[in-house]
Design a protein around this ligand. Structure first.
Ligand SMILES: Nc1ncnc2c1ncn2[C@@H]1O[C@H](COP(=O)(O)OP(=O)(O)O)[C@@H](O)[C@H]1O
Ligand SMILES: [Mg+2]
Length: 321
């Protein structure tokens, strides 16, 4: 088996310098994705998931400090020229977002936009691009593809629009799909359909996927492995079955507990009291300590390292180091 990772993020830190105090949104994240593997990046809002994804395509605003290294399909992302970066986005890495409406142009039909995406990277005629767009719409199971390709984004439902985005993401035959909460804005039944579609296409094309979500149930549904992020760091990582059946980090246990509570119709906020820390003013020790039911004094002064556990997983908690 090929063990060279498709994505290899090493010690990534991202700091935004625009405000009054620097904001360290990502703080020493390492993450590997093997070819054909689906990794869920899980965490509450503001934990640095999207910033991590955008780093892989170097999509940060000017003045952002990025440290560490990232390779995608053997390419050193930090060293790519503007032109090489253009050849990374699309043919190697595609990204889909929570809000497809923001990623699409309201003044062009969906067919036109997919054709343009195809023609940007492949030397094909408009007619050929149109035929491929049709095939892609069939692939993502949009009913009446010919008619739908002539629609503008506002004429589509949320679910159909997300299918269009997936078609667009596949337009250049990427090796990597970065999916940033692509089902969060959809209602539950549509969400499941989109998850199944992504999983099916992932298998068919052998895609490597990072699937960002705040929902541990969605992560378990879609991924092979789960990496849990808190306040810019990965606090636990492992195979889905290990994370779900034997969570180690108190935060992971909290996320699982929150789902159970939700199933019983109670407020999920009861389970993990408090809020994530201010990234511009981090506590000195473990970032989760202020909310952790098991925190002791050393937790409040020492940042725990991510330590490999028996088996495959890693945990950053003093209880396990
Ligand atoms: N361009 C930016 N400038 C300043 N702060 C940012 C920027 N982008 C993201 N952040 C901050 O970084 C933190 C992590 O954001 P993000 O990665 O979007 O979280 P999420 O896990 O919800 O995707 C948040 O506190 C957010 O406000
Ligand atoms: Mg996000």
């Amino acid at each position: 088996m090929d063990t060279t990772p498709m994505i290899d993020i090493k010690d990534l830190s991202v700091t935004f310098n625009r405000g009054r105090k620097p904001v360290k949104a990502v703080n020493g994240v390492s993450l590997r994705v093997r070819p054909g593997e689906v990794v869920a990046l899980l965490g509450e809002s503001g934990s640095g998931k999207s910033v991590t994804m955008r780093s892989l395509l170097r999509l940060h605003p000017a003045g952002t400090t990025v440290d560490g290294s990232m390779t995608v399909d053997g390419r050193d992302v930090m060293k790519l020229s503007k032109k090489e970066l253009g050849n990374l986005r699309g043919p190697i890495v595609s990204m889909i977002f929570q809000e497809p409406r923001l990623a699409l142009d309201p003044v062009y039909t969906l067919g036109r936009q997919i054709e343009e995406a195809i023609m940007r990277h492949a030397k094909v005629s408009r007619a050929e691009a149109a035929a491929r767009a049709f095939a892609l719409f069939e692939k993502v199971r949009i009913p009446s593809p010919e008619r739908r390709l002539r629609n503008y984004p506002h004429e589509m439902s949320g679910g159909m629009l997300q299918r269009s985005m997936i078609a667009m993401a596949l337009a250049c035959n990427p090796k990597v799909l970065l999916a940033d909460e692509p089902t969060t804005a959809l209602d539950a039944t549509v969400q499941i359909q989109i998850l199944l579609l992504i999983r099916e296409l992932q298998k068919e094309y052998g895609l490597s996927v990072i699937f960002v979500t705040h929902d541990i149930g969605v992560a378990a549904e879609v991924a092979d492995r789960i990496a849990i992020m808190y306040a810019g760091r990965i606090v636990e990582e492992g195979m889905v079955s290990d994370i779900i059946e034997r969570p180690k980090h108190p935060y992971t246990k909290g996320l699982l507990g929150a789902r159970v509570e939700l199933a019983h119709g109670r407020d999920r906020l009861i389970t993990i009291p408090g809020a994530p820390p201010d990234l511009a003013d981090m506590p000195p020790g473990c970032a989760f300590a202020p909310r952790c039911p098991q925190a002791s004094d050393p937790c409040r002064s020492r940042v725990p390292d991510l330590v490999r556990q028996a088996g495959d997983g890693q945990v950053a908690c003093l209880q396990y180091s």
